[in-house]
Structures are given as structure tokens and as C-alpha cells.
Design a protein around this ligand. Structure first.
Ligand SMILES: Nc1ncnc2c1ncn2[C@@H]1O[C@H](COP(=O)(O)OP(=O)(O)OP(=O)(O)O)[C@@H](O)[C@H]1O
Length: 259
């Protein structure tokens, strides 16, 4: 991928996040370091996988990108506009986060899919068309539509939540371990659907994933975090996947890895 032809969509400049001292006792006056000195750029239409050992700060990085957490220092830019300059709701229409354990808030699947569009006051017919379109795109079976959260498995709920995020047609989709509750076949199928969507709609997808094999199949860029620091930021074509796999396997055993 030639960087020169691509438009920078997201940019982090020396971003750090420290947990509040109120909840943590730590030598560092700022509190417990969750993320430290993170800088990277993401280009429009990229598929980014974030990997790293448990506790590395992957979820918190997604939270920062969705403004559920604010950096302690450093700046985040969306298309050259600093995050704090963008109204939060506007930002979250452009960048949508699907959390690891999404909730449907007592709604049926069909209601949950329509809800973001109802909130935005779209006409009924547009809502119906949009919902049907994404049901089809994500291959959500008809029999799920009248079910509520308790009648769905976690994997099914995650798929519905991805559809719910996509109905508002965000430019950037953030996914926190969307395959955690799927078997390998289902996970690969979801990766295929997401890759196709990213290409067809020029949607940038940023995904936390524990399974390197899936990241390899899916991503155009890989970010590796360890203990809150960004150790790898590489285009997929430049990565030695065999090496990386070995290091991550060791890291799982020791909960750390070195490059
Ligand atoms: N409220 C908090 N106060 C202090 N530290 C916290 C708080 N919440 C999370 N942490 C710490 O922040 C670090 C990053 O957490 P995060 O959930 O981002 O990790 P992760 O890489 O997503 O892990 P996993 O793969 O297990 O989901 C962890 O070490 C965690 O213990």
C-alpha cells in the first residue's frame, strides 16, 4: 500500500493514559500507566489489527479512539481535527465502537438495529431499508430478529452489535475481540465478511484480536502493544508472521514479549 496516495484518517501523537491515583497506589505521581507515549497514523480504508498480551492496553486504546476515555497527555486527531474540538456524538457517528460484551437493552434484534436510526430521526422507510440491507450484508438469520439479548449467544450478539454499528454507516468501525465467542470457522467467516465490507464501503476497521492467525488473514496494518507501549506498527506485507507468532506464543507463557 503506497502511503503517499492514502489519506490519514486517525493520528495519535504521544498519547499516554494513566489510571487515576484515587483507585491505584503507585510510585508514579500520575498513577498507574495504562498506555504510554503512543504515536501512529491510520489511513482511510485500512484494516488494522491490535494484538498483544492480556492487560497490554488494547481495550483502553479503543476507548480512547471512541472518547470513552480521555488521554492524560498527547493528542488524537480525526482527519486533522483534534478530538476535543469535535462534539462527542458527532465523533461517535463517525467512529463507532462494538464492545466485547454488547447489550441490546431489552430490545429485540430488529428493534436494536433500527434504534440508532430512530434516534437520528430518519424516515421510517429509510430505516426499514437500511436495517434490511445490513441484515443481509451480515447474513443475520430471520429467526433471530424477534429474539432479545437473553435468547442469543454472545457470538450472535456480537454479530448483531456489528450490524447495529454499521446501520449508521460510520467511517471507522472499532471492534473489541469480535471473534472471542466464535469457533474458528465462524471467526474466519466473520473476518471475510468484514474484509469485504471494508473494501466495498471504504470503512476503516480497527480490531482487537487475540488470534494472530485471524489478524494475519484480515489486516493491512498490525499494531502490537505490550505493557501499554506500542512495540510494532507495521503494514501487513512487511511483517514476518512466523517470527511474530513465535514471540506471541512465548509472550502468552510469560505475559510479555520483546522485539
Ligand atoms: N480502573 C483502572 N485502574 C487501574 N488500572 C486499570 C483500570 N482498568 C484497567 N486497568 C489496567 O489497564 C491495563 C490495560 O487494560 P486493557 O483492558 O486495556 O487490557 P487489554 O490489552 O485489553 O487486555 P485483555 O486482552 O485481557 O482484554 C491492565 O493492566 C489493567 O489492569
Amino acid at each position: 500500500m503506497g502511503k503517499l496516495t492514502l489519506k490519514t484518517q486517525l493520528r495519535l501523537e504521544q498519547v499516554s493514559l494513566f489510571a487515576s491515583l484515587k483507585t491505584q497506589s503507585h510510585d508514579n505521581q500520575l498513577g498507574y500507566p495504562i498506555l504510554q507515549d503512543i504515536s501512529f497514523e491510520i489511513f482511510e480504508g485500512e484494516r488494522v489489527a491490535i494484538v498483544g498480551p492480556s492487560g497490554a492496553g488494547k481495550t483502553y486504546l479503543l476507548r480512547l479512539l471512541n472518547r470513552l476515555s480521555e488521554p492524560t497527555s498527547g493528542k488524537i486527531y480525526l482527519e486533522n481535527q483534534e478530538y476535543s474540538q469535535i462534539p462527542v456524538l458527532q465523533l461517535r457517528s463517525i467512529i463507532t465502537l462494538v464492545s466485547q460484551e454488547p447489550k441490546l437493552l431489552g430490545m429485540t434484534v430488529k428493534e436494536a438495529l433500527a434504534y440508532p436510526l430512530v434516534l437520528r430521526g430518519l424516515p421510517k422507510q429509510t430505516i426499514q431499508q437500511r436495517v434490511s440491507h445490513w441484515i443481509e450484508q451480515l447474513q443475520i438469520p430471520d429467526e433471530w430478529l424477534t429474539r432479545t439479548e437473553v435468547q442469543l449467544s454472545l457470538g450472535q450478539r456480537q454479530l448483531v452489535a456489528i450490524a447495529r454499528a454499521l446501520v449508521i454507516q460510520p467511517k471507522i468501525l472499532l471492534l473489541d475481540e469480535p471473534t472471542s465467542a466464535l469457533d474458528i470457522k465462524q471467526a474466519e467467516h466473520l473476518m471475510e465478511i468484514l474484509s469485504q465490507l471494508a473494501q466495498n464501503y471504504q470503512t476503516t476497521v480497527v480490531m482487537v484480536n487475540h488470534q494472530l492467525e485471524l489478524a494475519e488473514k484480515f489486516c493491512t496494518r498490525l499494531l502490537c502493544l505490550q505493557q501499554g507501549r506500542l512495540l510494532v506498527n507495521q503494514e501487513a506485507s512487511e511483517i514476518s508472521w512466523v517470527n511474530l507468532r513465535e514471540k506471541l506464543t512465548q509472550a502468552k507463557a510469560q505475559n510479555e514479549f520483546e522485539f
